[in-house]
Design a protein around this ligand. Structure first.
Ligand SMILES: [Cu+2]
Length: 208
């Protein structure tokens, strides 16, 4: 049954091609699948688009622009930090950009970039960490953790944009980044917590 339908369809296709010649659609330049450039506009209080899909292996450039009069920021991570009362903190528990090596060009004020680069010369801390792993001494291990940089733990990568500022954030997507992430703005202006006002979005990383 299935097979006969298929044969019938194929027959129709061949017949169609034979009788009327139709050139294929002209390929229009769209997103380069290997190196997509995605424009994200910041406004009061949203990201446009608020849902982006990436794929492992891509060299992505996020072209971010603040189109509003208010300062806004872009962070991507999991589990936004909140205190016991539910007050929003300064970032996510897990930072998306810590898993790759983002490069920023443009007008944004960037923080937490050193946390994203694990090969930064924090010499002794790394050596201590390795020693702790080998000897399994809890005290040295704690020392190593502190040395790895508090900024990364607390804030992660953050790009802040004043009104009309724009910048490109480029990075390679790797498989550690698979899954669903949240992009958010942790700014507060005139008592408005942007994140809670809806300045959030989704970043989905798919496998190759
Ligand atoms: Cu904002």
């Amino acid at each position: 049954m299935k097979k006969s339908v298929l044969i019938l369809l194929m027959g129709l296709l061949i017949a169609g091609c034979g009788s009327v010649f139709q050139p294929g659609p002209t390929p229009t330049p769209t997103l380069d699948p290997e190196a997509p450039e995605i424009t994200i506009t910041l406004s009061d209080f949203s990201f446009t688009p608020n849902r982006i899909k990436l794929r492992v292996g891509q060299n992505v450039t996020l072209h971010v622009r603040n189109g509003s009069a208010t300062d806004h920021e872009l962070m991507i991570g999991r589990n936004p930090l909140r205190d016991e009362s539910g007050q929003l903190g300064d970032g996510f528990e897990h930072d998306f950009f810590a898993l790759t090596q983002p490069e920023v060009s443009g007008e944004a004020q960037v923080m937490g970039l050193e946390g994203a680069q694990m090969d930064m010369p924090m010499g002794t801390a790394t050596a201590e960490g390795e020693m702790a792993m080998g000897s399994e001494t809890p005290s040295t291990e704690t020392g190593g953790m502190e040395g790895m940089g508090e900024a990364e733990m607390q804030n992660g990568f953050m790009a802040m944009f004043e009104s009309e500022q724009e910048a490109d954030i480029s990075f390679t997507v790797n498989e550690d980044m698979l899954g669903a992430w949240t992009m958010g703005c942790f700014e507060t202006s005139q008592g408005i917590v942007h994140f809670d006002e809806g300045m959030v979005g989704n970043v989905i990383v798919l496998g190759e």
